[in-house]
Design a binder for this molecule. Structure first.
Ligand SMILES: Nc1ncnc2c1ncn2[C@@H]1O[C@H](COP(=O)(O)OP(=O)(O)OP(=O)(O)O)[C@@H](O)[C@H]1O
Ligand SMILES: [Mg+2]
Length: 330
């Protein structure tokens, strides 16, 4: 499954992403990859990364995908003849014959370059602004790296990719949300949080996205129906307020505790939540391909230039090898 986690600033996106990654890995035996899609790089720390894990032995510190776009593009373009100097890979370019299409689990060069392994959870980061970006680039140019990555690396049924997104609605300016099996909105029981949720969910509906809503930091029985009344929809999962989360954010501890150390109430909440996620239908490959081609054509006609439509290889199904168990060479 591939999931994205959205929410207002401070609503609990990183906490939920972290606990989901750890829970799926530790209790459900999933191979998991977390992507820190926020420029406030908190996911590594929240996963409890130690300096030794961050240094990765002989490999050295991992690069951030959003700040390594030239390599990322050329690596995933592989030998695809439709990607050229005149028609370079843009974030909507669909994979074609020769593109590097990989399974999440298989050994590959991208992993050595980008992945930090933190207590069983693999992490890659989009990265922060660099000196070269000031006055020139918006964060979108970096989140485009997630789009490229997600179009070329595909997970199996017992694997998960979870992206901890940045706060705000900017994501609707890109096709990124359509690359996930489910998009999750995290809401706290406060006026501002539900107000932002209402706004975001309305955009999601117009965008054509089916969202899951997770209510977190819930202290009383009345709070969930209050959120549901405000949003005029049901809440799909409830995470209680708990000392475990307060402890996770405490400066007194050197590392936030792993979800395996959580209270029974928190474990029960994540058990129910992951149970729901595991019942989601797996990828609809046909839909994914149709949307990918549509978004590329739209981009070509809107701003990239109609000649970019030549990057679409008629009749090519990039997902065939995943459907038929054939592997690409890494
Ligand atoms: N269920 C909960 N019980 C208690 N505290 C919680 C709960 N969920 C989240 N929190 C607290 O809310 C705060 C914000 O959480 P978190 O950093 O995950 O939010 P965020 O949405 O990722 O924020 P940002 O937008 O800054 O990235 C943290 O102190 C976290 O411990
Ligand atoms: Mg965060």
């Amino acid at each position: 499954m591939r999931l994205a986690v959205y929410g207002k600033g401070g609503s609990g996106k990183t906490t939920i992403s972290t606990c989901l990654l750890q829970f799926l890995n530790y209790f459900c035996d999933f191979q998991v990859l977390g992507i820190d899609g926020d420029h406030n790089l908190h996911l590594a720390e929240e996963l409890g990364a130690t300096p030794v894990e961050m240094q990765r032995g002989d490999l050295g510190t991992a690069r951030d995908i959003g700040n390594d776009l030239d390599w990322l593009r050329s690596y995933f373009a592989g030998t695809n003849p439709r990607i050229t100097a005149d028609l370079p890979m843009i974030k909507t370019t669909p994979p074609g014959e020769g593109s590097r299409l990989l399974r999440l689990r298989e050994p590959a060069e991208w992993r050595e370059r980008y992945v930090t392994l933190i207590d069983g959870v693999e992490l890659i980061r989009v990265g922060d602004f660099t000196q070269d970006d000031y006055r020139k680039k918006c964060f979108h140019s970096k989140t485009g790296a997630i789009e490229i990555f997600l179009k070329h690396v595909w997970e199996d049924h017992n694997e998960a990719i979870i992206v901890d997104m940045s706060a705000g609605k900017d994501v609707f300016a890109s096709p990124l949300p359509s690359l996930f099996d489910r998009n999750i909105y995290v809401v706290k029981p406060t006026r501002k949080s539900v107000s932002n949720a209402g706004d975001f969910l309305a955009h999601a509906k117009n965008f054509g996205l089916d969202m899951l809503v997770v209510a977190t930091d819930i202290r009383s029985r009345q709070e969930v129906p209050a959120i549901e009344n405000y949003l005029m929809r049901t809440v799909d999962a409830v995470i209680p307020h708990d000392a475990f989360f307060v402890q996770r954010d405490s400066l007194v501890l050197s590392r936030p505790p792993h979800v395996r150390e959580a209270s029974f109430t928190v474990l029960d909440a994540f058990y129910n939540f992951t149970d729901l996620l595991r019942q989601l239908p797996s990828h609809n490959w046909e839909n994914l391909l149709t949307r990918m081609l549509y978004h590329h054509e739209e981009t070509a006609h809107d701003w990239a230039g109609v000649n970019f439509t030549a990057q679409i290889q008629p009749g090519f199904n990039p997902f065939e090898r995943f459907q038929s168990n054939k592997l690409a060479t890494a």
